[in-house]
Design a protein around this ligand. Structure first.
Ligand code: MC0
Length: 140
């Protein structure tokens, strides 16, 4: 069901500073920057690698307001890994299959994600404390 790790989402207080850090330390390149009002984030995708099943990225996330998913996470836990996003072929089918196994879905239906992807989150409390995201994308 899971094709690859699409991205690792990292919560930070200052997006520009964190981009500079990842560029200078790891030599990564920003391929996309977006504001996603629905998700309450300002975010950047930095390309890491290409694989048979598609590319993988680091996603840096800065909250638009304190009262957002990432804002609350930062207040509670500080900066660090916020979620893991896995690539899937058919997100609607994957959600059905995962839900049937008793895992709580944060999103019953896919929503708009970075770089035109369809995304849906699974509840961290049912996945060993890891906020997990499914990503269906046509990008390679
Ligand atoms: C919260 N919890 C987490 C967590 N966020 N655990 C692991 N990883 C995380 N990222 C835990 C809290 O510590 C708490 O545990 C419990 O879940 C409830 O959290 P809460 O802070 O009280 O907040 P809720 O219940 O209102 O919301 C939690 C929930 C929410 C996961 C449902 O954050 C959510 O809907 N997330 C999905 C959307 C999202 O994260 N969007 C931002 C990225 P305790 O033990 O204290 O009860 S958007 C994105 O990434 C897009 C742009 C993309 O990829 O394209």
């Amino acid at each position: 069901m899971l094709l690859r790790i699409d991205h690792v989402g990292i919560a930070c207080h200052n997006l520009n500073e964190k981009i500079e850090f990842y560029e200078s330390v790891f030599g990564l390149t920003v391929v996309s920057r977006e504001i996603n009002e629905e998700q309450g984030v300002r975010e950047a995708m930095l390309h890491v690698a290409d694989g048979d099943q598609g590319a993988s990225y680091v996603q840096l996330l800065e909250p638009l307001h304190p009262d957002t998913a990432v804002g609350k996470f930062l207040a509670k836990r500080g900066e660090g890994v916020h979620h893991v996003g896995y690539g899937v072929t058919d997100i609607t089918k994957a959600l059905e299959e995962i839900s049937a196994k008793g895992v709580r879905l944060v999103d019953e239906r896919p929503r708009h994600g970075s770089m035109g992807a369809s995304i849906a989150f699974l509840h961290p409390k049912d996945i060993g404390g890891v906020l997990t995201e499914l990503v269906e994308t046509s990008r390679r």
